[in-house]
Write a protein that binds this ligand. Structure first.
Ligand code: B12
Ligand code: SF4
Length: 508
């Protein structure tokens, strides 16, 4: 009889083009490499992933359907496929991991078709769970850290969190193994940074506890990183084997340790590789001008930064920790201009306030601030999100949003509703304090802004097209008349203006 303990690791579709290496399932694969047999199915590269999954399970060799889940579009495959597995192969075990089930764990584990959730890092939790299930000794489940499950009485159990592991001691990602399923070259795309861009995740968590951020409930202000020399080893492997020209670092906060960034910059200085990462303004503002210069010479072309707002009171309310102020954002974009590194600033508009008038005033204030930033550094890229609350229970902001009448769906399938998907994309808030007029104002301003300042990183809108859009948006931008910007929208549509806030990072 065939052994029936194989594992299927599934990455639901999250991108229509420029698919990235599915680091989440790759790292989960690393954790069981050599111990259990596993296969990868990448929804980003399969035309019909369900038929691939089904044929694996029909072979009778698979027991474990394991799925990584981010909020938003990934749910479109994660939910129905997991349900079908449970319905069609009732003996199978379904395991979810990633930010969605870690944060929305109640609604996820309540679904009859999700058996287990790995809450945060799965490097030890996942192999321990499989071993426990294989040994059929379920009494030991509660000793596995980072696990969420229902006990025999149907009560939800959330086990203790494991301390973050030494990232240098984790097993190497099984790239060659993934390559047997999907040619690694299909993950190395042309971006603003270079012809073949490699995606890498070099640290876990974040030392800050911003009240609106999904990383906080999972990592609780902890951060641990791979050393610069270890990152460089992997980069060199991809440079030698695949001639990569660029890297996008997927860390929540790549620049947390200045020493690590400086050391990495020195290592990669002569490789001619461009790179991008996410950081905090108040952290990077502590870097010296020489260090910024070194980073730029070493290939750091652009940094994504959560500016959120220039209003110091709201910054406090967001509990960003650290020392960021509106003035610091202004000083910082000037420094970045001098260092020739593009600051990509994300703003969150539409925070709750006591009265609708105050909400609107704050929106107007933020719009004015963003315009000032653009004047100080026209190359600064601006990304505007509508505030979508994350349930960081216990925070003041969480109480405020609950009091304002907001709540998440109480059934997993309800997350498939288009309005919730848009909520995850931070495009259509279901937040009761934002009126349609407010949402329109923010979105219309964004259209006019993108018209007046076409994004520097979009290689599809260049030359004459750029000047035309800019010319047409000029009056609106300067006069503050943002309503009904249909003519700009039409041009963006024709020339396929990208939306970095939906499509992912700068470099789509
Ligand atoms: C790469 C990435 C993407 C890629 C696609 C990734 C893919 N899978 O194909 C793209 C750019 C398409 C993307 C899009 C979006 N993303 Co995204 N993305 C990331 C990013 C930067 C890295 C993910 C990653 O590879 N991590 C590396 C791996 C190793 O870490 P990990 O996923 O945490 O995995 C570990 C554990 O979580 C666990 N685990 C994870 N999955 C599984 C599965 C199983 C079975 C098990 C056992 C364990 C397990 O074990 C792993 C190893 O320890 C994360 C932030 C981050 N740093 O993680 C955001 C992040 C996940 N994305 C996020 C969001 C919101 C989105 C969007 C929905 C919206 C947006 N505005 O960006 C869009 C959706 C658009 C779309 N079309 O789908 C948020 C989620 C927030 C939340 N509320 O939960 C994050 C956390 C960013 C953030 N800080 O806001 N994303
Ligand atoms: S600094 Fe960024 S990643 Fe860290 S908690 Fe704040 S928003 Fe989240």
């Amino acid at each position: 009889m065939k052994e029936k303990n194989k594992i299927l690791l599934f990455n639901p579709k999250s991108a229509n083009s420029k698919q990235r290496i599915p680091n989440s399932i790759l790292q989960v694969g690393a954790s069981v490499f050599g111990r259990f047999e596993f296969v990868f199915v990448d929804g980003n590269l399969e035309r019909d992933p369900w038929s691939v999954i089904e044929s694996y399970f029909e072979s009778g060799e698979f027991s474990y359907f394991c799925c990584t889940v981010m909020p938003g579009p990934q749910l479109r495959q994660a939910i129905p496929f997991t349900k079908r597995i449970k319905d069609n192969f009732p003996d199978s075990v379904t395991i979810w991991g990633g930010y969605f089930p870690s944060n929305q764990y109640k609604v996820s584990i309540e679904a009859y078709y999700v058996d287990y959730i790995i809450n945060g890092p799965g490097d030890v939790a996942f192999p321990s769970l499989i071993e426990c299930l294989e040994s059929k000794n379920l009494t030991e489940l509660n000793e596995i850290k980072n696990l969420i499950y229902k006990d025999e009485n149907g009560a939800i159990k959330k086990t203790a969190k494991e301390p973050l592991l030494d990232q240098d001691k984790l097993p190497r990602l099984p790239y060659e193994n993934l390559n047997q399923f999907y040619d690694l070259k299909s993950y190395l795309h042309r971006t603003f940074l270079g012809k073949k861009t490699f995606s890498y995740h070099s640290s876990v968590g974040c030392p800050f506890t911003c009240s609106f951020c999904a990383v906080v409930p999972v990592y609780e202000g902890r951060w641990k990183a791979r050393s610069a020399s270890n990152i460089y080893k992997d980069v060199s492997y991809f440079k030698d084997r695949y001639q990569i020209e660029a890297i996008e670092f997927h860390d929540n906060n790549f620049f947390t340790s200045r020493e690590r960034v400086v050391e990495f910059s020195k290592l990669i200085l002569d490789d001619g590789i461009s790179w991008w990462g996410e950081g905090r303004i108040d952290t990077i503002n502590k870097y010296s001008d020489e260090e910024l210069k070194l980073m730029r010479e070493a290939g750091c072309k652009m940094i994504f930064l959560g500016a959120e707002t220039g209003n110091d009171d709201i910054l406090k309310q967001m509990n960003k920790g650290g020392t960021q102020t509106g003035q610091m954002i202004k000083d910082f974009v000037i420094r970045m201009g001098k260092a020739d590194i593009i600051p990509e600033l994300s703003f969150v508009l539409g925070m709750p306030a006591d009265t609708p008038k105050k909400v609107m005033e704050q929106i107007d204030w933020d719009i004015k601030f963003i315009k000032e930033i653009k004047e100080l550094n026209p190359n600064a890229e601006i990304i505007i999100y509508l505030y979508s609350p994350v349930a960081t229970e216990g925070s003041e902001l969480y109480e405020q949003i609950q009091n304002a009448g907001f709540s998440f769906p109480d059934k997993l399938e309800d997350w498939l509703d288009p309005s919730w998907e848009n909520f995850d994309l931070r495009k259509n808030p279901l937040t009761p304090w934002l009126t349609p007029a407010m949402v329109d104002k923010i979105q219309n301003f964004e259209t006019v802004l993108n018209g007046y300042y076409p994004t520097a990183t979009d290689f599809r809108v260049t030359g004459l097209k750029r000047s035309i859009i800019k010319g047409i948006s000029n009056f609106r931008y300067k006069s503050g008349f943002y309503k009904y910007p249909y003519e700009i929208k039409a041009l963006h549509k024709i020339w396929k203006y990208r939306q970095p806030e939906i499509e992912g990072f700068y470099s789509e």
